[in-house]
Design a protein around this ligand. Structure first.
Ligand SMILES: [Zn+2]
Length: 428
């Protein structure tokens, strides 16, 4: 079925529940995220936003509209556990904060959300960006096209740390703004850490993000020094768990990572300078690793261009960026649990599937890379009903020509996307 422009416009304007039609997706193959294998010739029946049945073969389903995906591999919709929909890095990023209004930022982010969804990512975890909370709500209302968003809101940092919102400002501006505190996501004690988490609860966050070490793109010298004490991390984690939140920790350097893991965080993001000792500690504590190879490669590439990054950022981007893919390969071999994340926003939104290719380049089998973005990612979100295609579960389904298990680059060619049972795009 080829929707008319009018039908398409109506479909886009209506929330998912209003699409009453029953659809039968005739998939050439269906990736099973539980086993990591392709099931041949399956028909996925979708009604009322959910999968109602998965049948063997391609027989017609009475009362259902068939969607021909016989040359395609279908998969549970992918989940990117690390994006920043509020921006996209460029040489202008460092002055944008002074020029752009939040209204503009959130409108721009609607384009990033649409690109992300159309690339096959039906859910994302947004790890830092206040305007994403409004974007999430607008997507959930059906006003804006985008993935399901699980948003951290403002990241929690320490003074001068990665995500202190006043880094790099001159003292006139800093004095006028005042010293940022727990409400702004800056803490310097366990008590303030608890207050900052409670503020995120008040703001409506879905997940808590801390910056356990310095970061590449912040206007500060060190990209890897520890920036939280174990007590501060533990206070964040205990308070977050009170509210049912998971905690994600940005970390490049070893000591900050160690403290984050000991303090009880659920995921380590980037993990650049992990070694065998950290791998063992993560396995012992059940900590997940979300590598973001895409961002590492992107910043290392851009660091070669004069003027792309400020002088204080450029050497960090060159040194840290080039390391992540190698670290990921070693972590995978060591048996660390892996979730899929790109840090899109540092790199470009919509190129998220490149991460699959980078993971496989580093030694991970294609099936495991796909599981990292489906079953594993859903587990990390605490939403196991996502990341699977099965009767009774939300119908988040993507499809691409070819077979990603044979050639992982097929993931870059997604041309069918369904979210909540509604078709977002389909092959020409
Ligand atoms: Zn990030």
């Amino acid at each position: 079925m080829r929707p008319t422009p009018l039908l398409l416009a109506l479909t886009l304007a209506l929330p998912a529940a209003a699409q009453a039609e029953t659809l039968a997706l005739q998939c050439g193959r269906l990736f099973d995220s539980a086993t990591g294998r392709n099931l041949p010739e399956r028909t996925v029946v979708v009604a009322d936003g959910k999968v109602s049945e998965v049948r063997e073969g391609h027989a017609a389903v009475p009362g259902a509209t068939a969607v021909d995906l016989k040359g395609h591999t279908c998969s549970p919709g992918w989940i990117d556990l690390h994006v920043h929909l509020s921006g996209e890095s460029s040489p202008q990023s460092y002055s944008e904060g002074f020029r752009l209004n939040p209204e503009f930022t959130v409108l721009r982010s609607t384009a990033y959300a649409s690109r992300t969804l159309r690339a096959g990512f039906t859910s994302v975890r947004d790890l830092g960006g206040e305007t994403t909370l409004a974007l999430r709500d607008a997507v959930n209302q059906g006003w804006v096209e985008g993935p399901r968003i699980f948003a951290a809101g403002k990241s929690i940092a320490t003074t001068g740390g990665h995500a202190d919102p006043t880094n790099g400002f001159n003292h006139l501006i800093s004095d006028a703004l005042g010293t940022p505190g727990p409400a702004e996501g800056v803490v310097n004690s366990p008590d303030e850490a608890r207050q900052a988490v409670r503020q995120r609860y008040k703001d409506g966050s879905d997940v808590i993000k801390i910056t356990a070490t310095g970061g590449v793109l912040s206007y500060a010298r060190s990209g890897d020094a520890p920036q939280f004490t174990v007590d501060e991390v533990a206070a964040v984690v205990q308070t977050a768990h009170d509210y049912g939140y998971r905690v994600a920790a940005h970390a490049h350097g070893k000591e900050g990572m160690r403290r984050a893991i000991v303090g009880g965080v659920d995921t380590i993001e980037h993990g650049t300078y992990m070694d065998d000792e950290i791998f063992a500690l993560m396995k012992k504590n059940g900590t997940w690793y979300v590598p973001t190879i895409s961002a590492g490669r992107f910043v290392a590439e851009k660091a070669k261009i004069d003027g792309y990054y400020p002088d204080v950022v450029r050497p960090k981007a060159a040194r840290i960026g080039s390391q992540i893919q190698d670290t990921f390969g070693r972590a995978w071999k060591a048996g660390v649990k892996i979730g899929f994340g790109t840090d899109a926003g540092v790199g470009l939104h919509g190129d998220n599937a490149d991460e699959f290719v980078f993971m496989v380049e580093a030694g991970m089998p294609p099936a495991e890379a796909l599981r990292a973005a489906t079953a594993n990612a859903a587990e990390i979100l605490g939403r196991p009903e996502l990341g699977r295609v099965a009767a009774g579960l939300p119908a988040d389904i993507v499809a691409m020509p070819g077979d990603p298990l044979a050639d992982i680059a097929a993931t870059r060619k997604v041309d069918f996307v369904m979210k909540d049972g509604r078709i977002v795009r389909q092959p020409e």
